[in-house]
Design a protein around this ligand. Structure first.
Ligand code: DGT
Ligand code: CA
Length: 573
């Protein structure tokens, strides 16, 4: 898929135009296009072939023809011309999250800095703070951006890598003589970011497996080509290690390569206490193999029940397993609804029918359609009259739809003083009110926290959306006291969202666990702006599982009726 490549070029065009001081609307159009293309789960080439590019939000005739140009030529004339006007070094600075084109240009022109290392030093020596329009805050932001950039180079969001891993598994099952096959490592644990793809297989013919593997169409470079281990780099620059293991070692290898390393070390220590050696080849007493064919054997050898991969981080799961108090994790199949989807009414692209169709295909029985509120003009926020129209349309839809029900919701902006973006009498009409912060990210912690707390205390609010505002690899969480937020939610019987969009996963795993422990209910929403993004729901479930959530902790496991009852209960009705 060329989606990322196209998005990247558009994003760079936007930055270059910004450096040149071009028309802000034009710049915004490229940025928005980049965002929406990146968020697509469909193959953009496929859309282009079917002449469906205009289905992507923000893509008109002009941008559609530019997308086609990129797909046909690999680049864009406009981009190449802009690059000639602007120095290369400056382009590199634009990769740093949080460092905008204007500031990058001033730094480049006044200090003559040309490398990221020099820029880092200049920040630490407070040379940046002295430049016009900048200060110590700018230096902090740049340093944070450099840190994020370095992390980003090594790790990618799970939601980007998981489909690649799944595609490879399908390919290997079809083209290689594999018997067992599993993706291990951080992907199996569903960690939010991933360094590489670890695949294990058993086979009677390892040689053919490796031949098929290196012939995988996504392979860019073969790094190691062996009988038991082969490593390649696939298209977006991700390494894949494929290991063929003996069936009698399968369970031991699966446990070992699933990790985490910290968890493995604990298991190995427990083994040592029992006079056992546990490694990727099996479980041994002296030279005698006593197990390793099945993964459960690794755990039972040290008197533990099998531990779900999402918990294997040495965050107390070993102790919990020993004491028989492992959570019975919420299952991917327990999920009945998606609690946060945007429609055509605001900045989404889907009609109510399209949303319901996708939900049905995903095996869901309800979806909350939560569009933006009136003040959020950039995101097509709904006026009160549009909101009431939508309410009617949803009621009408529900009258004729049996299998999938829609819930009339709104993602209501929390204004900078903590008040909400609709008056109370309007909020009372909305069945699910999710409050969210979309502005003022730079406010001090006390103020941001106060806004979230005030919203959660509001009697008509049900939940807080994407509580920290972070974007993986792009934007740090804003300064917010999560403990205060969790406590307020707990005291007021309100839910916190796990936003399942692959760049958000917000709450994250650790915050989710804190919320669960405080008795706060979790509400998972994909925040889909196009129906394809509804497919990200399992990523949110993965976060819930990594946060030790059980079925009853997660409101999405409720039936439509039960969920509606909960919505009413929150408002004391
Ligand atoms: P990442 O960074 O996203 O690739 O995370 P992982 O957990 O997939 O890490 P990776 O690919 O380096 O290694 C895969 C698994 O192999 C890891 O989760 C645990 C196991 N492993 C790797 N190195 C060691 C080690 O030195 N000791 C032990 N006990 N296990 C290891
Ligand atoms: Ca890995």
């Amino acid at each position: 898929m060329k989606n990322q490549e196209v998005a990247e070029i558009f994003r760079k065009v936007a930055s270059l135009l910004e450096i040149k001081g071009d028309n802000p609307y034009r710049i915004r159009a490229y940025q928005r296009a980049a965002q929406n293309i990146e968020a697509l789960t469909r193959d953009i080439e496929d859309l282009a072939r079917r002449n469906q590019l205009s289905r992507i939000p923000g893509i008109g005739a002009d941008l559609a023809s530019k997308i086609k140009e990129i797909l046909e030529t690999g680049t864009l004339r406009l981009y190449e011309e802009l690059k000639k006007e602007i120095p290369q070094e400056l382009l590199r600075f634009l990769e740093i999250p949080g460092l905008g084109p204007k500031k990058a240009k001033i730094i480049y022109e006044t200090l003559g800095i040309t490398s990221i290392e020099d820029l880092e030093r200049a920040c630490k020596e407070h040379k940046i703070a002295r430049l016009p329009g900048m200060g110590y805050k700018t230096e902090e932001n740049i340093l944070r951006g450099i840190k994020l950039l370095r992390e980003k180079i090594g790790r990618r969001p799970l939601g980007e890598v998981l489909p690649l891993a799944e595609d490879l598994v399908v390919y290997l099952k079809r083209k290689a003589p594999v018997e067992k096959i599993a993706v291990a490592g951080s992907i199996r644990r569903r960690r939010e970011t991933v360094k590489d793809i670890d695949v294990l297989v058993t086979s009677k013919n390892p040689f053919s497996v490796m031949e098929a593997f290196v012939a995988y169409p996504g392979v860019e470079e073969v790094l190691v080509h062996g009988e038991t281990k082969t490593s390649v780099r696939i298209k977006p620059g991700i390494q894949v290690d494929l290991r063929v293991v003996d069936p009698e070692c399968w369970g031991a290898a699966l446990a070992y390569f699933t990790g985490s390393k910290a968890h493995n070390i604990r298991l190995r220590e427990l083994g040592v206490e029992r006079g056992l050696k546990i490694n990727e080849y099996g479980i041994f007493r002296g030279n005698e193999r006593i197990g390793g064919r099945k993964e459960e054997e690794v755990f039972s050898a040290v008197d533990l029940p099998w531990i779900p991969p999402e918990l294997r981080e040495d965050r107390g799961e070993i102790e919990a397993a020993r004491e028989g108090r492992l959570p019975k994790l919420v299952d991917y199949d327990d999920i009945q609804g998606d609690a946060h989807v945007h429609s055509k009414y605001s900045d989404g692209t889907a009609s109510l029918d399209e949303i319901a169709q996708r939900a049905e295909a995903l095996g869901l029985s309800w979806v909350a359609v939560c569009d933006h509120s009136q003040g959020l003009k950039v995101a097509g926020g709904l006026s009160v009259s549009a909101l009431m129209e939508k309410k009617k349309a949803i009621e009408e839809f529900n009258r004729r739809s049996k299998r999938v029900k829609l819930i009339f919701g709104a993602e209501v902006d929390i204004l900078s003083d903590g008040s909400l973006d609709y008056p109370d009498e309007v909020l009372a009409e909305i069945d699910l009110v999710i409050a969210a912060i979309h502005t003022g990210f730079q406010q001090p912690e006390a103020q941001l926290t106060q806004r979230a707390v005030a919203a959660l205390k509001h009697p008509l609010v049900h939940a807080l959306a994407h509580p920290t505002g972070r974007l993986i690899g792009e934007r740090e969480p804003y300064a917010i006291d999560m403990q205060a937020v969790i406590q307020t939610a707990a005291e007021n019987g309100k839910a916190l969202e796990i936003n399942a969009y692959y760049k958000r996963l917000d709450l994250n795993d650790i915050q989710t666990r804190a919320a669960k422990e405080a008795g706060v209910k979790i509400l998972i929403g994909t925040d889909a702006h196009i129906v394809d993004q509804m497919d990200y729901l399992p990523l949110g479930v993965a976060v819930a599982r990594r946060g030790w959530c059980e079925k009853e902790d997660v409101l999405n496991t409720f039936s439509y009726k039960e969920f509606r009852a909960w919505l009413k209960k929150v408002r004391g009705r």
